[in-house]
Design a protein around this ligand. Structure first.
Ligand code: SAH
Ligand code: SF4
Ligand code: F3S
Length: 483
């Protein structure tokens, strides 16, 4: 519907419609007029910059923000030049949160030199009342603040900010609403994230996501499939289905459907050559999903299966709902059915009460699973989560030393796992011209391994066969196989 909308023809001298997404289309048209007038006054085009912190879901949200800004008439620019700067924030760990305050200091300075500049903040951090309080008090130069639940209203909030002065704050506690059919500007022409669900119901005891993203809501399969068909028609060949726990997709829909069934339907879409998904909670990974992955020609040979801890005792305190043995058994089943799969994971070190013995259990799982890669995090205390008020927080030096030991093992494994592809020929989706040497291209195998090889920029976006020659630890140097 949005594709057929001509924003120039929308009448903005009437009241805005009350239904979505029409209401947002109206505000996009209004923004266009405001941007046009301001650009005329300044004698130059207005520019914008969207900066993203955090996960793939935030990255996808940022593409939606960019889509609206571009429809509103902004041209994209670097942060230093931009008239409209928006930070899409993350608060999963404290350092994500601190980074934003650091950047804001710089923006304040820049705004002094460019009075027509507007600064906006949105995303997960804004759902924390203490953050908004702090911004209200000490960061008055921020023009617009909104949260994760009303991001679909961005055009409306943008119009209000452009048409007025002062700090506008609109943060909601929750929503059941999913608004479809808003503009989006993809970062890559050939691959795209696709939200299949929003929010999270799992309440892992360390995690702030359920509080800042709200309850789990699945998009209707029809809407997802329609979006992917459109993407395929536009030349997208790889989709990444996104959700905090994709394995529980569809359970709360009026007509429930399993994640595995959704994958079967996505598989049937012509033009889509690769399907990825993120993230898979081990407790909900079904036998049906393993079978669908096994039989699929399109689902990539990569599974991200967050472990968090290898100690059953800690897993229980984390509210993860699986034991060390269940996790290992699941991995064994997956490996048996899909031997060529790559496994990656997330691990937290230093959860309250973690002893040396618990930590050794984590190392034991890492040793046994031999992950292709693992993202390791130092436990970060998040206000409002159950773990934050647990008494037995682990001393910092102890955590640091465990973290280093874990990282060393993870890297050793990753190197060995990467080496298993030496001298094989793999299908590679070519993603970009190499940043360091433009004679080289960079692509990704189905197993999510990066490969650099000599080639021409015209190949970007296509899937080609590449021989993986020299393993460099975490990536390969290779050569293109001529067709
Ligand atoms: N929904 C995904 C994870 C999203 S957050 C899942 O369940 O796997 C990404 C990762 O951040 C988590 O897997 C976890 O390892 C890490 N993380 C979340 N909260 C954290 C905290 N308080 N401290 C440290 N790491 C954390
Ligand atoms: Fe956080 Fe757990 Fe939900 Fe993942 S599943 S987002 S770790 S609460
Ligand atoms: Fe961060 Fe929010 Fe994602 S807290 S990890 S951006 S869901």
């Amino acid at each position: 519907m949005y594709k057929e909308t001509d924003f120039k023809k929308i009448e903005i001298n009437t009241d805005p419609p009350l239904t979505e997404p029409e209401r947002q289309y109206y505000y996009i048209a209004l923004c266009r007029e405001l941007v046009r007038r301001e650009a005329e006054r300044l004698g130059r085009p207005l520019t914008c910059c969207v900066t993203t912190f955090g996960c793939q879901m935030n990255a996808r949200d940022s593409e939606k923000l960019t889509g609206i800004l571009k429809e509103a008439g902004f041209a994209e620019a670097g942060e230093e030049q931009a008239d409209f700067v928006i930070y899409n924030t993350c608060t999963v760990r404290e350092n994500a949160n601190l980074k934003v305050y650091g950047h804001l200091g710089l923006l304040k300075h820049r705004k002094k030199n460019n009075p027509s500049m507007r600064i906006a903040l949105c995303g997960c951090m804004m759902q924390e009342p203490e953050v908004v309080e702090k911004l209200k008090k000490s960061y008055r130069f921020v023009d617009l603040i909104f949260g994760t639940h009303n991001i679909y209203k961005f055009a409306e909030l943008l119009a209000e900010t452009l048409g007025s002065k002062g700090q506008l704050i609109d943060v909601w506690e929750g929503t059941g609403q999913i608004v479809e059919d808003l503009p989006v500007e993809r970062k890559y022409p050939f691959k795209s994230g696709v939200n299949i669900m929003f929010g999270c119901n799992n309440f892992c005891s360390y995690c702030i996501v359920p509080y800042v993203r709200g309850r789990e809501r699945s998009r209707r399969p029809e809407d997802i499939l329609k979006e992917i068909e459109t993407l395929a028609a536009e030349g997208v060949c790889e989709v990444m289905l996104l959700g905090q726990n994709v394995n529980s997709y569809g359970k709360t829909l009026e007509n429930p459907i399993s994640f595995a069934e959704l994958l079967r339907r996505v598989e049937r879409i012509d033009g889509i050559a690769r399907i990825r998904f993120m993230t898979s909670h081990p407790k909900d990974l079904s036998e049906e999903l393993i079978q669908v992955m096994r039989e699929s020609k399109k689902i990539c040979r990569h599974l991200h299966l967050p472990l968090q801890s290898g100690s059953t005792r800690i897993l229980q305190a984390m509210n993860r709902k699986y034991t060390k043995e269940q996790y290992l058994e699941l991995v064994a089943r997956i490996r048996r059915e899909i031997p060529d799969i790559s496994l990656t994971t997330d691990i937290i070190v230093g959860f309250p009460g973690e002893t040396e013995k618990d930590f050794l259990e984590t190392l034991d799982v890492v040793r046994r699973v031999r992950y292709d890669n693992a993202y390791t995090f130092i436990y970060s205390r998040r206000t409002g989560t159950p773990a934050a008020s647990m008494e037995n927080q682990v001393p910092e030096e102890e955590v640091k030393s465990r973290f280093d030991r874990l990282l060393a093992l993870v890297q050793k494994n990753a190197k060995a796992q990467t080496a298993r592809f030496a001298d094989t020929v793999q299908e590679v989706l070519i993603e970009e011209v190499n940043k360091h040497d433009t004679a080289f291209l960079t692509g990704r195998t189905s197993n999510n391994l990066l490969v650099h090889f000599p080639g021409d920029a015209s190949l970007v976006g296509s899937i080609r066969r590449v021989r993986l020659e020299a393993s460099k630890g975490f990536y390969y140097m290779g050569t293109l196989i001529s067709e």
